[in-house]
Design a binder for this molecule. Structure first.
Ligand code: SF4
Ligand code: SF4
Length: 242
């Protein structure tokens, strides 16, 4: 095995770790990574993608994703749907990703992935399939993350995790009602519907200035949806049959 591949075999990388990678349309594997993959979407991914496609969240979710509440936990799962015949992502073209500037977090990270421990990463792809891992170019994980523009994705996902109710243990059952409530973060069209109701705005103290702000700024809208979901979670989590 050559030294590039050996360095990419490190099991855990930190932001200072060096790996070897270069991707481009001259590689025989170009766009192969956009086929037959599980790409899990975050609420912020959905926001960026449906905005890039100039469609609403409900249409985006219906046309481009598989989504459901996970059986054991009732946590919403939203995945990019692959084309049934070719197993290709519906957003890929012969020239590459059609929504490249707004591609999901997981696609930005690839060939790396997070490990679940803060500040720890791994090389997810295999060099037999992802030939860019055989290229000479070396860079640190931090350089890769910066170049891929992952910062807003990380920040929004942190904010999303804060909506979970106090006392909720990962892997435990959230309950179907709260699972559907959490799904509101992916389907902002539904949240906009709620905001149209003056009674709703009064109860949740959404003033006119905030309303105007979120009408002009999707990201502010997502943060307001997080705030609303958070306000519901603690109250409803303790109820029987939640
Ligand atoms: S080098 Fe890897 S990331 Fe780039 S196109 Fe090939 S498989 Fe995809
Ligand atoms: S969103 Fe873009 S980068 Fe991600 S799998 Fe689809 S085509 Fe590939």
């Amino acid at each position: 095995m050559d030294s590039n591949l050996l360095e990419n075999e490190q099991s855990v990388l930190t932001e200072d770790s060096i790996f070897h990678f270069s991707c481009g349309d001259d590689l025989p594997c170009f766009t192969q990574c956009c086929r037959d993959v599980n790409i899990y979407l975050t609420p912020y991914d959905v926001l960026r993608l449906r905005r890039a496609l100039k469609i609403g969240s409900a249409e985006f979710l219906a046309r481009y994703t598989r989504h459901f509440l996970e059986r054991a936990t009732n946590i919403p799962i939203v995945q990019l749907e692959m084309m049934p015949e070719t197993l290709q992502c519906k957003l890929v073209t012969t020239k590459g990703c059609s929504v490249y500037q707004d591609r999901p977090w997981a696609c930005r990270m690839y060939p790396l992935d997070v490990t679940g421990s803060e500040g720890a990463y791994q090389v997810l792809a295999k060099s037999e399939r992802c030939l860019g891992l055989r290229e000479r170019r070396s860079l640190t994980v931090a350089e890769w993350l910066l170049g891929q523009g992952v910062t807003p994705y990380v920040e929004m996902e942190r904010a999303f995790h804060m909506v979970m109710p106090q006392g909720f243990r990962p892997g435990s059952d959230l309950g179907a009602g709260l699972g559907r409530m959490l799904f509101l973060a992916y389907d902002l069209d539904r949240f906009v519907e709620l905001l149209r109701d003056i009674r709703f705005r009064e109860i949740y103290e959404v003033d006119e200035a905030t309303l105007h702000q979120v009408q002009a700024d999707d990201e502010a809208l997502l943060r307001l949806a997080f705030r609303y979901i958070r306000s519901q979670m603690d109250e409803l989590y303790a109820l029987p049959g939640k």
